[in-house]
Ligand binder design. Structure first.
Ligand code: SAH
Length: 338
């Protein structure tokens, strides 16, 4: 729910300060309304029910993939902006949430569906948390599993650039542990927004940093990620190195594999040369088609990975999840808007 509005209403009603904490604790435990909050006076529950919508988001669509991935499309209750979030379930039991930090995105990466949409606005911390609470309450399993609402990892890899909305993202991160997601198991993914990387490095949050690199030279990177003109490679990598030196946590480099664009042998060599193997680890991402490009073949990705590893860089290939439900960044919202 809108936690600021909640605090304001509780104050107006002359309630003691601890009420807000009680409401949040119940919400984090996945109850589905104020009615279940049995340590609140009944009259207060009714007031809140009438005055503070239980979620700042309204679900408009939910898609279930065969691999257990669930993708939700919401609209903000305040102004009807689209927001997406995804729950991924892995065979080893891990459950990872992919969260959005903005509705749309002001950056215009050419391969990304969100980048082709109109930018809406930054999401509030409550709108970020309500994405997670949705899956906590409605895990998409019909609630049959004993641990249905369990979640343990979060990545800010949904719509938007989290480091352009860092205040709200940090407020949300401080509450995610109440849902079972520690900060150490939370990753913030960025295009390389340098001032945000530095602020995050200075903060006390032990979150992981992921960098969307996608090209090892400025010319190509600027072509597919125009933000590179503002923060070129050398500046971005220097900021990541400062982050590592302060936090001592390796940075995950994301590299989406685009056939004939960034998947050649020399490009793998250039990438291996660019990155300090102590500070960076590479995650190769199979492209989820959005129309602009063709994805590299499985073999091309494996060969690219082999070159990185021969040069001492750790590299993994990301598992593709939810391909049958348009689960990549922005795909669902873009389709709904069309
Ligand atoms: N703005 C942040 C977070 C959102 S995008 C960032 O750019 O890091 C999260 C990740 O998904 C990024 O690495 C992005 O490059 C990648 N991505 C976007 N569209 C994709 C697609 N169609 N297929 C595969 N990965 C994609």
């Amino acid at each position: 729910m809108d936690l600021d509005l909640l605090d304001e209403r509780l104050r107006d009603l002359g309630q003691p300060r601890f009420r807000g904490g009680q409401v949040w604790a119940w919400a984090a435990r996945a109850v589905d309304g104020y009615g279940a909050m049995t340590d609140l006076p009944v009259a207060l529950r009714d007031r809140l029910d009438a005055e503070v919508p239980f979620s700042s988001l309204e679900l408009t669509h939910e898609a279930h993939a065969k691999d257990g991935t669930v993708k939700a499309l919401f609209r903000t209750r305040r102004d009807g902006r689209p927001v997406e979030a995804v729950l991924m379930r892995y065979r080893d039991g891990r459950r990872s949430l992919c969260l959005s930090s903005q509705s749309g995105c002001p950056l215009t990466c050419t391969f990304c569906a969100t980048g082709q949409m109109k930018f809406g606005r930054n999401l509030t911390a409550s709108e970020i948390l309500d994405q997670a609470l949705h899956f906590r309450r409605r895990p998409g399993t019909g609630g049959r599993e004993a641990d249905a609402g369990r979640m343990d990892h979060a990545v800010f890899m949904g719509m938007g650039e989290p480091l352009m909305n860092l205040d709200a993202v940090m407020v949300a991160c401080r509450r995610l542990p109440d849902l079972g997601i520690t900060n150490r198991r939370t990753a913030i993914s960025t295009v390389g927004w340098v001032p945000g990387i530095d602020r995050l490095a200075q903060s006390d949050l032990p979150v992981r940093l992921a960098l969307s690199l996608h090209a090892a030279d400025d010319a190509l990177r600027s072509e597919i990620m125009p933000v590179n003109d503002r923060y070129p490679l050398a500046d971005v990598l220097a900021a990541c190195e400062r982050f590592y030196d302060r936090k001592r946590r390796r940075i995950f480099v994301e590299y989406v594999m685009l056939k004939g664009v960034n998947d050649r042998y020399e490009q793998a060599l250039a990438l291996a040369e660019l990155l300090d193997r102590r500070r960076f680890k590479v995650n190769l991402i199979p492209y989820n088609p959005t129309g602009m490009y063709d994805g590299s073949s499985r073999e091309a990705i494996a060969a690219f990975r082999a070159v990185l590893e021969e040069h001492g860089l750790d590299a993994t290939v990301r598992l593709t999840r939810g391909r049958d439900i348009d689960a990549a960044c922005g795909q669902l919202a873009a389709k709904a808007a069309a």
